[in-house]
Ligand binder design. Structure first.
Ligand SMILES: Nc1ncnc2c1ncn2[C@@H]1O[C@H](COP(=O)(O)OP(=O)(O)O)[C@@H](O)[C@H]1O
Ligand SMILES: [Mg+2]
Length: 249
């Protein structure tokens, strides 16, 4: 899974407009492999819209390249095929199927429904690795619907891992999680980010402080600040937009 060359995400002057309203206003940023980039900013800053643009869900101008390939203008399924995956705030797992079945479907190892119902003798390598990485090995035969909130998010991340995703874009993955689940998620993201490019949209400052390798702050559709956690926390412009929001300090 890790033999492929590592990839850069290069975003250049991306703009998204909804009926004349500019939601993303000329964003440029670069995220390298092995990074764990947090994309933060107040509500409405344009974080989700930027990820929508990268993944082909909303039209945008400018340029988004991953591993040198232009993504803008490609349909969603072709972007997925380039090794790019995202999660949404609400986990989108098949609740009635087991953890293993969810991973099988994501991996494309099961094509006919009846093979899903049969008891598995062997588990494909990539599925086994995803179970281990996400810490879900012990849950593999449980229906996904019975998992704890945090475990569902980990399963969703596992479903990206089995697709050999090289760029993961995660939209507020720890929203609604307990403190312990947050810790475990942060550690999972650090493991995943060792050999992949990971962008995490986050609103939770404590979580960012604990796990971000680098941070980009968006505000009103633009990049307000960028750097290490310490650098963006020390930036007066960041402190200003977060006044009345979650304290940055
Ligand atoms: N489909 C849409 N149509 C019109 N406006 C939208 C749409 N999606 C998002 N917006 C607006 O774009 C801005 C950025 O939204 P969003 O990217 O969801 O922000 P964030 O994820 O940073 O909270 C907000 O003002 C939001 O209301
Ligand atoms: Mg959002």
């Amino acid at each position: 899974m890790t033999e492929q060359p590592l990839n850069d995400l290069v975003i250049d002057d991306v703009r998204v407009t909804f009926d004349g309203f500019v939601a993303v206003d000329g964003v440029s940023l670069r995220v390298g492999p092995g990074d764990l980039r947090f994309l933060i900013g107040p509500n409405g800053a344009g974080k989700t819209t930027l990820v929508d643009a990268i993944t082909g869900l909303t039209p945008a101008t400018g340029s988004v390249r991953f591993g040198g390939r232009e993504l803008l203008g490609r349909p969603v399924h072709r972007i997925v095929r380039l090794g790019i995956g995202r999660t949404f705030q609400t986990a989108t797992v098949f609740e009635n199927l087991t953890v293993l079945q969810n991973l099988d479907i994501a991996a494309g190892t099961t094509r006919r429904p009846h093979t899903l119902l049969r008891r598995r003798r062997t588990v494909p390598d990539e599925v086994q690795r995803a179970l281990e990485t996400t810490g879900l090995t012990g849950q593999r035969d449980r229906a996904a619907g019975t998992l704890a909130h945090g475990q569902k998010q980990w399963l969703e991340i596992g479903m990206l891992l089995v697709q050999n995703v090289q760029l993961l874009l995660l939209d507020e993955p720890v929203a609604g999680m307990s403190h312990e689940e947050r810790e475990q998620t942060g550690q999972l993201l650090q493991r995943v980010g060792e050999d992949r490019t990971v962008v995490v949209i986050e609103h939770d400052m404590d979580f960012m402080r604990a796990f971000a390798a680098s941070v980009t702050v968006l505000h009103a559709g633009r990049v307000l600040s960028e750097g290490t956690v310490a650098e963006v926390r020390a930036d007066p412009r960041v402190q200003e937009v977060y006044l009345g929001e979650t304290a940055v300090a």
